[in-house]
Design a binder for this molecule. Sequence first.
Ligand code: ADP
Length: 489
Amino acid sequence: MWVEALDLVLQRLQKSKLDFEKIAAVSGSGQQHGSVYWKNGSSKILSSFDPKKPLIDQLRDAFSIKESPIWMDSSTTEQCKAIEKAVGGALKLSELTGSRAYERFTGPQIWRIFETQPEVYQNTERISLVSSFMASLLTASYACIDQTDGAGMNLMDIKERSWSKIILEATAPGLEEKLGKLAPAHAVAGLIAPYFVERYDFNKNCLIVQWSGDNPNSLAGLTLNSPGDLAISLGTSDTVFGITTEHKPSLEGHVFPNPVDPKSYMVMLCYKNGSLAREDIRNQCAAKSWEVFNKFLQQTRPLNGGKLGFYYKDHEILPPLPVGFHRYVLKNFNGESLDGVSECEVKEFDPPSEVRALVEGQLLSMRAHAERFGMPSPPKRIIATGGASANNYILSSIATIFGCNVYTVQRPDSASMGAALRAAHGWLCDKKGNFVPISCMYMDKLEKTSLNCKLAATAGDQELVSKYALLMKKRVEIENSLVQKLGRL
Ligand code: ADP
C-alpha cells in the first residue's frame, strides 16, 4: 500500500503541474511502530529500479512478510513481559529505552516473528520502520532508522542513541545487522534516486532527509523546539507533547529524542479520556451545550473549593484505571499547605462543580505527569491544538493551572507540516555543515512563528499556580491509591 501510494501521490502532484525540479529536500512522516521486512537479496532490487515501471511491480518480491505489523497489533503481550524481564523490569526498560514494553512497539513485534516464524526471520536481510522504509524507496538504498522513531521500538538506548546490545541479544540473533544504523532526524539519508529524477523530473541534487514518526513530526509541526515548550492536543483523546533536557523514566508515557534537537528529549503523554469525557459531562450536567458548560466554568472559582474528580468513561491509559467516576472533597484545604488536609469520597457534585472538577482534573493530571517526566514548572509556553482548543474557557484554565501563556494553532496536518519543516531543517544543517537550531528558520521565536501561533490566554497569577501545585500533589496521592486499588500495575 505504501509503495503504491508513493507513485500515486507523485503522479497526482505531476498532474497538478508541481515543478519537482525546484524541490531542494524531501522528508516525511510514517505511522510510528510499523515495521517492514526486506527479503534476502532485496538491496539489489532497490538499487536497480526501472523508471519505466511503477514501483509496485518491481517490489512485489522484495518482502519476507507481506502484511507488515502496524501500531494496532496487540498480539505481543508475552514478548513484552520477556523484554522487560531481560533488562530487570518495566522501569529499567523505561530508563534504558524511554518506554516500558508496549505490544505495538517494534522490538516485541520482531521478537514474536523470530519466535513464531524463524524461517521468515532468517530470510530477512533488513528491517525498516515505515519512516525509514519510505526514505529507502526515495534513495533506492536502505536508509538508517532515525533516532526519534527508533525510540518507539523498545530496542534503543535512549541516552546513547545506539542499539541496546542487551535487548538486541535477548530479542533475536543477528538483529543489529538487520536493523542497520541509527541517524539523527535532521540527517540526510541520501540523494533522491535516479528513478524519481527520470520519472518525475526531480532535481538530481534533491536531498532526502531522514523520515520520522507521525508523533515526532507533529511536535515539529507545532513548532515546539526547545526545552520548556509544551503542546496540548485536545482531540477525541488528549495528547501532551513536551521538550525536556533530562530523561526521567516513568512507567507511563513515552520519551523519544527530540526530532529537531539532538541534545534534548520529547515527552509524550496520551490520555484516552479527552473530549469524549468532556462531552459526556457536558451532556449529563450542562444541557448538552458548550455554552452552559462554559457558563459553569465562569460561575465556579479556581481550585473548585477543594473538589477533585476523576472521570474515566473509557479505560484510561494514564493512569491505568478502569471505567468509573470518582469524586472527592478535600477538608481543610486552603491552598497554603497540605497539613491537616484529608479527602472524603462523595457520590456527586452540583453540575457547575462537576464541570470544573472535570476540566481541572484533566489539566492537573497533565501538569503532574509532565512534571514527573522533567518538564519545567511553569513551561516556557503552551501551544494548544485540537477541537477543544476552540474553547477559550478551557484555554484560560490551562494558563491558570500551568502558569504560562497559551497559544493556539489550528493545524489538522501538523505531522506533514512537521515533516516539511524538518526537510528544510535537514537541508539547512547540511548546507552549513553542522547542526543549526530549527528556530533559526522562524521569523520570531516565541510569539509569531512562521505558523501563525496566536496568543489565546495569558499566564495566571503565580500564587494561584502554587496553590494548584498543592492540589496537584494531593490529586497524585489519590490517583496512586486508586491505581493500587483498581489498576493493573
Ligand atoms: P480528533 O482527535 O478526532 O481529530 P478533533 O481535534 O477534531 O478530534 O476534536 C474534536 C472534539 O472537539 C470533539 O469531540 C468535541 O467534543 C471537541 N470540541 C469541539 N468544540 C468544542 C468546544 N467549543 N468546547 C469543547 N470541546 C469542543
